[in-house]
Write a protein that binds this ligand. Sequence first.
Ligand code: GTR
Length: 407
Amino acid sequence: MGDRLKEVNYSEEKVPGYILPDPLLCNDGTRVADVFSWKAKRRPEILELFREHVYGHSFSLPVNTEFKITSSDKNALGGKAVRKEVSVYFSHRGGKYSMDILIYLSSGAKKPVPVFLGLNFFGNHTVCNDAGIKISCRWMRPDGKGIVNNRATGETRGINAGRWQVDKIIDGGCGLATIYYGDLEPDHPAGWRDGIRAFFHPQGKNAEFGPADWGAIGAWAWGLSRAMDYFVQDGDIDARRVIVMGHSRLGKTALWAGAQDERFAAAISNNSGCGGAALSRRRFGETLYHINNYFPHWFCENYKKYNDREDSLPVDQHELISLIAPRPLYAASAEEDLWADPRGEFLSAKHAEPVYALFGKPGLGVADMPPVNHPVGNFICYHVRSGKHNATSYDWEQYINFAGRHL
Ligand code: GTR
């Protein structure tokens, strides 16, 4: 696992000088000057670099998918929402695998409804205190309250409601769709054996992954795209207005899903930090060394080659954000979340501006990081909230406004 105590830099003075890769400079040295060459040449190049060096290549063959609505309530949340649970079954080589999507749609909204889509950390039943939601019976990380023997108990119902703000989302005329990330892969180094990476691998649980094969983040992001496959055929949901959103490791995942799958209309990264919105070359807070040692299963093997060698990584995270262009993007930080490097998250959004400019889309509208609780930008948006690493009602208020402006 490496040296867990390796020194962490929290001082701006100790951030080394660095040169960021230029998102508009092609591998052959030519410069992107218009939308056409961005789309046809440079965007695919950057995507490939992230696949090869950071998140790995995801399973890309067409999958046989079936959808089954397992519950539906037209009178959820005191009558203002419709709740549905949908099981998505993947079949492959005679086997079946499933993930469950929980969906709330505002009943007052004009149909079809725009939705926020995000993965959750401890089961769908934790996002809202609603007795109608099935309690997840999958493996859970032991660090959550009410988890016994790596399984959720009834005590965990609604436990993360503060992180999801379903009422506010519904009152804002939107919907929320969420999936437990452990449906796709349990989050521990051997978790892949019980997840989709083994399911789709020709050697199953005996798989050996190549240096550029997908890691857990790739698997989680893949699940978000499969939810999109469902939205496309549900007449209540507007699949052209789906915002992919995630907090922390799931914020990294939301960005990677939004980068790969252009059906997502917008992306939100909440406190996503290292391997998410934060620039790796700043080496502030969590670094590649830390993340690859603490979480060896999240990224592809090749990513480990860049531990303590950030300057030789052929991409940096502003280029991940640039892959969202020209779609609206919101990156948010928390003041006390120095591990995730708030300034590095701001700078990533800032350095993605030239790509948005190609499309005539405005940037953040500020040269430097705004003060706390002072959201900036209209198309590329950013705020640093006071407080700790979390997704709060303040964050959601900004995301709901953002959705209202763009969708
Ligand atoms: C931390 C990890 C971060 C972040 C966070 C989370 O321990 O170092 O990269 O993703 O977990 O997901 O809560």
